[in-house]
Design a protein around this ligand. Structure first.
Ligand code: HEM
Length: 527
């Protein structure tokens, strides 16, 4: 009580009544609430869950220091004993005592750690100032109430299971466009295809159809001029968002840029803003309430809460989805296919799984994915060896802190070398080889694989990315035979860029399998 009172007086003063925006400053008060919920959870067994399909529950047991995996049949009731977990002596020090300060220590798990809070900030880079509407978008905003608000909006209005299910039709439709394009010359025999640009078109079309209901790449583009402008902007935006002034990372190099990057970013941000505003105005003028695009949805919320859902917030959200949600997924698909083509045995095993788990002649659907364990392992192994964000995104310390025994001053930029952690010989057996099987038996500590980051600032789009990856990769394996263009293995050299691209875009030989003819013969609505 005494410590909480001192914190309140220090952070708020004696005259002012506490208000909700003050809460983020009151770490000890939050510790008291967390500690109360730990010892006295209001729902000790949570609420019963029910498995709607056969599934596997995987985890890591700290008591016996090994991973476990249980096969659970459909219609099983699952009760989570939160009360017992909260008092487990293998997880908590002195579990029966009431100690709010435990939530300040580094030893406490994941999102409760002090470092997770201290490092949930972002450095103020030029990209965030110009393209990120002066650090107000979800990616660039400092840790605080505004950022929390954006995460809340995105969790509820964009990435909720309900919303993702609503957009399933778009993902299926776009994957079908891809399959059709690939099968153009490959129905009679093997044909050479360049996959990088196809994956890029797929992910841009998926995101832009979700955001604005527009297709800007490939066939069936409605407004050719608007699409051309978008494509030009998109390719520049991706280049620019990865652009950094070396001076922002190493102070000695500040002289290098002379303001060149700043100037470019400024002009470019203006053009992007005009384009996004155009899309919002168009949706507003048409007032298509029933149309289920993200813009329409956010505009309907704007009507009831105009102070919250301003045009700028909506444009920021659109931009973030385009920047963070396209190239990342496209690059992962390209690395995954490169790995598969270099490992025909893995490709074969994945196809056998698809052919046995999915009814004959039926095209894979997102609902089939939980049955496709090996496909999931291939995606995890691709993330391990080829993380699209090798350094995650830059974090910044909002206070002095200690990381692994090092004293780190406030406002230090932190880059996490996920690429190196994913190949650390102490963490992974046979670390440099592509072996999806390692994930079949569980790979120990789940935190050592971090393609989406960890903690508060972790990627909110992971669910959407996983769905798109599974459906696309599953379809490519199910519908085509794949071979290398030459006898040589696919070159796996890494190029430069914010999202780690392949240095040489992937080309491969593909031949349509019989199921492709069935898919092509059905109309979009039948499949
Ligand atoms: C394979 C696909 C993807 C990968 C590997 C990936 C990876 C990441 C990583 C590493 C971060 C930074 C985490 C950190 O700061 O520590 C991040 C942040 C973010 N990602 Fe993703 N991402 C992917 C797809 C997506 C998609 C599809 C979307 C949305 C459509 C998305 C939206 C975001 C946003 C908004 C952030 C910023 C979160 C914040 O700062 O609060 N990502 N992502």
């Amino acid at each position: 009580m005494k410590r909480a009172t001192i914190e309140l007086v220090n952070e708020i003063g004696q005259e002012k009544l506490i208000d909700e925006p003050d809460i983020s400053k009151l770490q000890y008060l939050q510790g008291i609430i967390s500690e109360t919920l730990r010892l006295y959870p209001a729902a000790p067994m949570l609420v019963p869950h029910m498995s709607s399909n056969n599934c596997t529950v995987e985890g890591y047991c700290k008591v016996v220091i090994r991973a476990f995996r249980y096969d659970i049949p459909r219609d099983t009731m699952l009760l989570v004993n939160a009360w017992a977990l909260h008092r487990d002596p293998n997880v908590w020090d002195d579990p029966k005592s009431f100690k709010p300060e435990g939530f300040e220590g580094d030893e406490v798990e994941e999102c409760f750690t002090k470092n997770d809070i201290v490092l949930a900030n972002r450095p103020r880079l030029s990209v965030g100032r110009h393209l990120g509407y002066n650090y107000t978008t979800m990616v660039s905003a400092p840790y605080g109430d505004h950022w929390r608000n954006l995460r809340r909006i995105s969790t509820l209005e964009i990435f909720s299971t309900n919303r993702l299910n609503m957009f399933l039709g778009i993902r299926r439709d776009e994957v079908k466009y891809l399959l059709r394009k690939l099968s153009k010359n490959s129905c009679q025999g093997f044909a050479k295809v360049e996959l990088k640009s196809m994956f890029s078109e797929l992910t841009f079309n998926i995101i832009m159809r979700m955001v604005a209901g527009k297709r800007y790449y490939g066939e069936d583009v409605k407004d050719v001029e608007e699409a051309r402008e978008f494509r030009e902007l998109a390719s520049e935006v991706l280049k620019m968002s990865g652009a950094t002034n070396p001076g922002e990372f190493v102070a000695v190099l500040r002289w290098i840029d002379h303001g060149g990057l700043e100037k470019k970013l400024k002009g470019f941000a203006k053009r992007t803003d005009v384009f996004m505003q155009g899309l919002i105005d168009e949706a507003r003028n048409k007032d298509e309430e029933g149309k289920k695009t993200m813009i329409n949805h956010l505009l309907s919320l704007q009507k009831s809460q105009p102070e919250y859902y301003t045009d700028q917030i909506i444009k920021g959200l659109m931009l973030v989805l385009i920047l963070a949600g396209t190239d990342t997924t496209a690059v992962t698909l390209e690395w995954a296919m490169s790995n598969l083509i270099n490992h025909p045995d893995v490709l074969k095993k994945a196809r056998v799984e698809l052919d046995t788990q999915i009814e004959q002649d039926k095209w894979i659907d997102e609902q089939d994915v939980p049955k496709l364990h090996y496909l999931q392992c291939i995606i995890s192994e691709t993330f391990r060896l080829c993380p699209p964000g090798p350094f995650l995104l830059p974090h910044s310390s909002s206070n002095d802190c200690t990381i692994g025994g090092y004293d780190i001053p406030r406002d230090t930029m932190l880059l996490v070398n996920a690429w190196a952690i994913h190949r650390d010989l102490e963490l992974w057996e046979d670390a440099t080889n592509f072996k999806p099987e390692r994930f079949e038996i569980g790979e120990g500590d789940p935190h050592k694989l971090m393609p989406f980051g960890l903690g508060r600032r972790a990627c909110p789009g992971a669910g959407l990315a996983q769905r798109t990856l599974s459906l696309t990769l599953g379809s490519l394996i199910q519908c085509f035979e794949w071979e290398r263009v030459t006898k040589e293995k696919v070159d796996m050299a890494e190029g430069n860029g914010l999202t780690m691209p392949k240095a040489i875009p992937l080309e491969a030989m593909c031949k349509a399998r019989p199921i492709m003819h069935k898919i092509l013969s059905k109309s979009m609505n039948d499949i």
